[in-house]
Design a protein around this ligand. Structure first.
Ligand code: GSH
Length: 371
C-alpha cells in the first residue's frame, strides 16, 4: 500500500517537575507549552481519514441509516455475489448480524466489495465501517495498517491446489514450477517464506483478484495455485471440473480470519466483537433463530437472560438496545446456523468444522462470559 508521511505538530501542555529531570528550574513548576513533532503514517491516494473517536462510528452508521460492510464478492461460502446481485457467505452474514444488532434489521447493510489490495485503505479512509472479508489477523494489520481484529470467525491455514493428474504430491514437487497467487495477501508472503525455508526455487505468478488468479490456474499458466484452504475449497467449486483438482495435504501457515475495524473507536470495536461472541454464545446455549422466541419467553438461566436482553442491560452498555443479542440470533442465527448455511454439509462449499467447533467440542470457538 502506498503511504504518505504527514508531519503533525501537537501542542502539549504539561507540568514539568524539572528538578526530577535534573535540570535547572526556570519555570518554578508552572505549566509549560511544548510543541512536539510527531510523524504519522496515513494512507495516500487522497483518502480522507475518517474521524474515529469513541462512539463516532455508531453515530455515523445510525445517521446514515445503514452499515457499510467491506466484503469479498468472489469467494463462495465466505463472500460472494450471484448473478442476481445477492450476497452470501459467512463473512456476509456477519455484516447482517451487525446490522441486526444495531438496527434490529439485518437488511440495513450495504455490501461493498473490496479486493485484497484495497481493503485496508477502504477501512482507514472510512469508505467502509467494518471489513468482513476472509482477512487474516496479523501484527502488521493490527498496527501499521490501522486495524483492530475483533475475533476469529474462521480458523484457517494456507494450502496448495494442483491438477489431480499433475503428479505433484508435495511442495517439493513444485521445484522449478510456477505458482499462481493473489497480491496484497498473507498468501503471497507465506509462499515466499515457506518455499525459501524449504529451499524450493519457484516462480510466483501474481494477480489482482481471485477471478484472475484462478482463471490463470485454469488456463494452466501456473502449475499450482495457493491461498487459504477455505479459498481453495471455495474456488474449486467454480472450476470447470472440480474433481480434476486436488488440495495437497500440507498447511503452510496459520490464517485466523475475522472482522476488522479501524483504530480509535473502542465502542465500535466492542459492538463488532460482541456480535461475533453473541453468535458463538447462541450456539453454546442452544439458542437458534427457530427457538429464540420460546427460549426468551421461558428463560431462567442468568447468562441466557442477559444475552437475550431480559436482564442486565448488556445492550445499553454497548450503546445498543437490550435486544441486540436476540436480534442477531432471531434475524441471522447463531454461529452454527450461519456456518451451515454457507459451509455446511448441504452446501457445495462444505468444510468440516474442525478447529471451528465450539471449545466444548474440541474446537477453538469460545465466547467470553456475557456479564
Ligand atoms: N486471508 C488472506 C487471503 C485472503 C484473500 O484475499 N484471498 C483471496 C483468494 S481466495 C481472495 O479472497 N480474493 C478475492 C478477491 O480479491 O476479490 C489475507 O487476509 O491476506
Amino acid at each position: 500500500m502506498r503511504k504518505t508521511l504527514w508531519i503533525v505538530s501537537l501542542l502539549l501542555v504539561a507540568s514539568f517537575v524539572l528538578a526530577a529531570c535534573g535540570g535547572a528550574s526556570t519555570t518554578g513548576g508552572e505549566p509549560v507549552t511544548v510543541v512536539e513533532t510527531v510523524i504519522v503514517e496515513v494512507p495516500a491516494e487522497g483518502a480522507v481519514v475518517a474521524p474515529s473517536g469513541y462512539g463516532v462510528t455508531l453515530e455515523t452508521v445510525k445517521a446514515r441509516g445503514n452499515l457499510i460492510c467491506g466484503v469479498n464478492s468472489q469467494v463462495p461460502g465466505f463472500g460472494y455475489i450471484d448473478a442476481d446481485g445477492n450476497f452470501s457467505g459467512i463473512d456476509v452474514d456477519y455484516c447482517r448480524a451487525l446490522a441486526a444488532a444495531i438496527f434490529g434489521d439485518a437488511n440495513k447493510v450495504e455490501f461493498r466489495p473490496v479486493t485484497a489490495a484495497e481493503r485496508f485503505t477502504a477501512l482507514q479512509s472510512g469508505e467502509i465501517d467494518v471489513l468482513s472479508r476472509n482477512t487474516t489477523w496479523s501484527l502488521v494489520r493490527d498496527t501499521e495498517l490501522g486495524g483492530n481484529f475483533t475475533a476469529t470467525t474462521f480458523y484457517d491455514g494456507q494450502g496448495m491446489m494442483v491438477p489431480a493428474d499433475s503428479g505433484i504430491n508435495s511442495l517439493q514437487d513444485l521445484a522449478g514450477g510456477t505458482v499462481c497467487v493473489q497480491t496484497g495477501t498473507t498468501t503471497e508472503l507465506n509462499l515466499a517464506d515457506v518455499m525459501s525455508s524449504l529451499g524450493i526455487a519457484y516462480t510466483p505468478a501474481v494477480y489482482e483478484d481471485a477471478d484472475s488468479t484462478f482463471a490463470a490456474y485454469a488456463e494452466e499458466r501456473c502449475d499450482a495455485v495457493t491461498t487459504d484452504k477455505s479459498g481453495l475449497v471455495s474456488r474449486r467449486t467454480v472450476l470447470a471440473d472440480p474433481s480434476a483438482h486436488v488440495i495437497l495435504d500440507v498447511t503452510m501457515s496459520k490464517e485466523p480470519l475475522g472482522p476488522m475495524v479501524r483504530h480509535g473507536d473502542d465502542q465500535w470495536f466492542d459492538i463488532a466483537q460482541w456480535t461475533v461472541f453473541a453468535m458463538i454464545a447462541g450456539e453454546e446455549f442452544g439458542i437458534t433463530s427457530a427457538n429464540v422466541d420460546s427460549v426468551r419467553s421461558s428463560a431462567t438461566a442468568p447468562e441466557v437472560m442477559r444475552l437475550l436482553g431480559l436482564e442486565g442491560d448488556m445492550g445499553l452498555k454497548l450503546g445498543l438496545n437490550n435486544d441486540w443479542g436476540y436480534n442477531i440470533i432471531k434475524l441471522v442465527g447463531n454461529y452454527e446456523e450461519v456456518y451451515n448455511r454457507s459451509l455446511g454439509p448441504d452446501t457445495p462449499t462444505y468444510i468440516p468444522r474442525g478447529y471451528n467447533s465450539l471449545y466444548t467440542e474440541g474446537g477453538l470457538l469460545y465466547a467470553p462470559p456475557v456479564r
